[in-house]
Design a protein. Structure first.
Length: 311
């Protein structure tokens, strides 16, 4: 019936309606959705590591509890997204194997170190702030299960961003050394946060097609600009300077102009040559191996009980 045809698919996209798992879809649409959802999920799971390192060293019980909740949320975001990928026929263990072997990517941002506790605040403020900029439009992405996962994830991300900003506000009201610690972290995370939005539109492999299929609702550069415009007043309120001498308000554009991003750094980090790539993947591989017995036990239990169910 018509559901099976390209025409139905295009009409659905054209009407801003959602494609659901049982709808017919072009193979390329399915493939690019698995690619983006899987890499988004990988980003959430790897993203647990930079801050996780501070759970045992948080300066107070309150900060430890907040960080525990946030890292646990990231794990949950990963699981929602792997489940969304499975509705497209992907296999979760296959996706994990691809992550560990380098066959699929995760966000470049998680390959940077977190040497001080101010990094936890700056990750919440800038990294989760950038993620929110990127993820709110994805709530209207054309693939149903992905868009619905985003709605829940965005709610939790706003808590992540607020707790980070509040942590930095507290440090900025502290000693000179604490204020310097915040500025140092801002200096290290500002440019990598801009790179989270992907290469410039002119160099983006997928943006044109992803916009046509309404997977993306804005381009990489549009969302990057939105993030810069949103963040500058927050930096002013915090009392930190963003490390970009070319950053200034442009009245005609109604946006902030900002300096040139070092795209060679993004290419290097994406290709595995960032400060922490090897450590992040090694940690993920080891966790996967250490968990093999749990998966085997669960599979054996399921097999045994499904047999007994047949008696
Ligand atoms: N890090 C790693 N890889 C990146 C990247 C980055 N910052 N930016 C782009 N790439 C990769 C793309 O995946 C693509 O490679 P591929 O073909 O092997 O997948 C290539 O570079 C070309 O980039 P494109 O712009 O053409 O690719 P996309 O159209 O997929 O755009 C994206 C990239 C904007 C990241 C898009 O995939 C997207 O919006 N993904 C969903 C959001 C997401 O993954 N966010 C991760 C941020 S961290 C996070 O959400 C956790 C939160 O809790 C902090």
């Amino acid at each position: 019936d018509t559901r099976e045809t390209q025409a139905h698919f295009e009409r659905t996209i054209g009407r801003d309606q959602r494609i659901e798992p049982r709808d017919w879809m072009p193979d390329k649409y399915r493939a690019t959705m698995v690619r983006q959802i899987a890499q988004h999920a990988h980003s959430e799971i790897i993203g647990m590591q930079p801050e996780g390192a501070w759970i045992t060293r948080a300066p107070s019980l309150r900060r430890k509890a907040i960080l525990l909740a946030k890292v646990q949320d990231e794990a949950g975001h990963g699981l929602y997204l792997y489940s969304a990928a499975e509705t497209l026929g992907a296999d979760r263990s296959d996706l994990t194997a691809k992550l560990i072997s380098g066959g699929q990517k995760y966000s470049s941002i998680f390959n940077y170190p977190t040497p001080t506790f101010a990094d936890v605040g700056v990750i919440g403020w800038l990294v989760d702030g950038a993620a929110i900029c990127n993820q709110v439009p994805l709530c209207r992405s054309s693939y149903g299960p992905y868009a619905r996962a985003m709605i829940r994830i965005c709610k939790e991300e706003s808590f992540h961003q607020r707790q980070g900003y509040e942590l930095l506000m507290t440090l900025m009201r502290g000693t000179g050394a604490q204020r310097e610690m915040v500025q140092d972290a801002v200096n290290r995370w500002w440019w990598p946060s801009l790179m989270m939005f992907g290469p410039p539109d002119a160099d983006s492999t997928h943006t044109a097609q992803s916009m046509a299929w309404k997977i993306k609702r804005h381009t990489n550069d549009e969302l990057r600009q939105r993030f810069v415009d949103m963040t500058v007043p927050q930096a002013d309120a915090l009392g930190v300077t963003l490390p970009d001498p070319d950053l200034r308000w442009n009245e005609e554009r109604g946006h902030h102009d900002f300096g040139e991003i070092d795209w060679s750094e993004l290419k290097r980090v994406i290709s595995g040559d960032g400060p922490c790539n090897a450590e992040r993947i090694e940690r993920r591989r080891k966790a996967h191996e250490d968990g093999a017995w749990v998966r085997e036990a669960a599979a054996a239990y399921a097999a045994k009980h499904s047999d007994s169910g047949r008696e």
